[in-house]
Design a protein around this ligand. Structure first.
Ligand code: DP6
Length: 389
């Protein structure tokens, strides 16, 4: 019997993957790029036990047994078994006959648009690869589980090159910069809603490919944007990085709105956060915070360390809550929880781009109970551990 436990992180794209050219192999219509978050607050933990005595494969997700026959899990298991024993030729035959029992847990809401499939499939593939002694690049195996999962295989900044090959062999993850590059970068994950999302990414992007005209325009724009994004990361050029991040998120959600039936992942709270970030940048006189939204309403903000405290103070001012652990992993949490507008930002309500007056920013009671903010990646992925425990 072999038993291995591993953990894996989530990643949040700054150039989004949206749309497949091959549904089975999960080949995308555009390349994408993400930052891998550290695992302090959000991670998947998976244990795989393999034994010649098990009569069938089984899987439990967050304590409940799930259908192991799911197409994606089967494809992952097939790929792993094909490559079993790469490291030790002798064990190949024996290993690939072992059945597995898989137990996997997320310490954050599953399927709420918080990249759970990314860490989930990354962790599953990585753990299976340890058990079955698979060597070499495993991002193509993670990809057939869930597209975005292939980017969690590496730390730091990771591109998923769309590739051209029909068998998907060149559609894989590539590390653009490691976790030590751009030390000052931080990520705020604002949980405004942790319910399961209404339209899954898989179904949503399929509809977009079938019905949106705008998605064809986006596909033409992404290659240039990828190149600019990679350069901005290499140069640690926040201004360009931030502008590209927000632009790509906006474009992705415009494609969703252009889909039939239209998909709206962002809610009123999401839009208020966008407004606050815009006003914050305007007040700073330069791009200092950049929002991005996946297939859900939760804003993720990439920003440099020096902006964490002032921006969080503004957010807690406009979205107050008495909930325990409302703000996590912030060194000066006391200060942030005072909910005071920081110096220089007192008139932020008046800072509206191109408009005489903007939406009212005063706290809206409706949002109080479910606006939980969490701070991730205090040590921007300092200890990247796709780790065997
Ligand atoms: C909006 O990877 O969840 O988060 O490949 O069908 O499993 P499947 O989709 P998934 O899509 C993620 C889409 C996104 C953007 C991104 O992470 O790049």
């Amino acid at each position: 019997m072999i038993a291995v436990t591993c953990t894996a992180p989530v990643n949040i794209a700054v150039i989004k993957y949206w749309g497949k050219r091959d549904e089975k192999l999960i080949l995308p219509i555009n390349s994408s790029l993400s930052g891998t978050l550290n695992q302090n607050d959000m991670k998947t933990t998976t244990t795989v036990v393999a034994s010649p005595d098990f009569d069938r494969d089984r899987i439990w997700l967050n304590g409940r047994e799930e259908d192991i026959q799911s197409e994606r899990i089967q494809r992952v298991l097939d790929e792993i078994r094909k490559r079993a024993g790469d490291r030790k030729e002798a064990s190949k035959e024996k290993l690939s006959t072992y059945k597995v029992h898989i137990v996997t847990v997320n310490n954050f809401p599953t399927a709420a648009g918080l990249a759970s499939s990314a860490s989930g499939y990354c962790c599953l593939v990585y753990t299976l690869a340890q058990v079955f002694q698979v060597s070499g690049d495993i991002s193509t195996i993670a990809r057939v589980g869930s597209g975005s999962a292939c980017r969690s295989i590496y730390g730091g900044w990771v591109a998923w090159d769309m590739g051209n090959e029909i068998d998907g062999s060149d559609s894989r993850a590539r590390q653009v910069a490691d976790e030590h590059h751009w030390k000052e970068m931080r990520v705020l994950v604002l949980v405004v809603n942790d319910k399961k999302k209404e339209t899954s990414s898989t179904a949503g992007m399929q509809n977009s490919v079938e019905t949106s005209k705008l998605i064809q325009e986006r596909v033409k724009i992404v290659p240039g944007r990828m190149a600019q994004m990679e350069k901005s990361i290499a140069d640690r050029d926040y201004e360009t990085f931030g502008q590209l991040t927000m632009r790509d998120s906006d474009d992705f959600h415009a494609v969703c709105a252009d889909t039939q039936p239209p998909i709206f992942y962002m809610n009123e709270t999401s839009k208020r956060v966008v407004d606050i970030v815009k006003r914050y940048n305007r007040t700073c006189g330069k791009t200092s915070a950049a929002y991005t939204f996946d297939a859900g309403p939760n804003p993720v903000i990439y920003l440099l360390e020096e902006h964490v405290s002032p921006l969080l103070s503004i957010l807690t001012h406009f979205f107050p809550s008495d909930e325990k652990n409302y703000v996590r992993n912030v060194p000066d949490v006391e200060n942030v929880l005072k909910r005071e507008l920081p110096k220089g930002f007192e008139d932020i309500e008046k800072r509206v781009d191109g408009l005489k007056s903007g939406p009212d920013l005063r706290p809206c009671l409706r949002h109080r109970s479910f606006c939980v903010m969490r701070r991730e990646s205090l040590e921007w992925n300092e200890k990247y551990e796709l780790q065997r425990m």
